[in-house]
Design a protein around this ligand. Structure first.
Ligand code: ZN
Length: 134
């Protein structure tokens, strides 16, 4: 497995409109896509920062993963996503090194990417995502 770059940083927000406004008006970034990922019960907004993106995540359901995260920890950095050359291989290799996976099999994420999460208990408290367009 080869990690190519930080694909995005996921940030949990309680109000997507207000968060977009902060990133656009204060940080002068441009939101280029808003997408709902029903699987994960989130609405996402994307900003490009060089090769890396910021992914804002607002929960569409208090029982969804982002809803629960905000209830427990408040708004803030939720996960870091690495672009990998081959996601199936990356997940298998990571599991073979003793790391628990949230996703045994990649699922469909925003922007048509294949994504898979590692368990934060095994990744020093940082929820880690792999993603790939293959
Ligand atoms: Zn993500």
């Amino acid at each position: 497995m080869k990690i190519e770059r930080i694909e995005h940083i996921g940030i949990a927000v309680s109000n997507l409109e207000e968060a977009i406004s902060f990133y656009e008006k204060v940080l002068n970034l441009t939101c280029y896509a808003i997408e709902e990922v029903t699987d994960q019960k989130v609405k996402t907004a994307f900003f490009k920062v060089g090769e890396t993106k910021i992914e804002l995540l607002e929960s569409t359901d208090p029982e969804g993963p982002i809803g629960k995260f905000i209830e427990k920890k408040g708004e803030g950095i939720h996960h870091i996503a690495f672009a990998v050359d081959d996601i199936d291989l990356a997940l298998k290799e990571t599991e073979s090194k003793g790391v628990r996976l949230i996703d045994q099999i990649p699922r469909k994420g925003a922007e048509g990417l294949k994504i898979g999460f590692l368990h934060p208990k095994n990744t020093l408290g940082v929820l880690t995502e792999f993603c790939s367009n293959k």
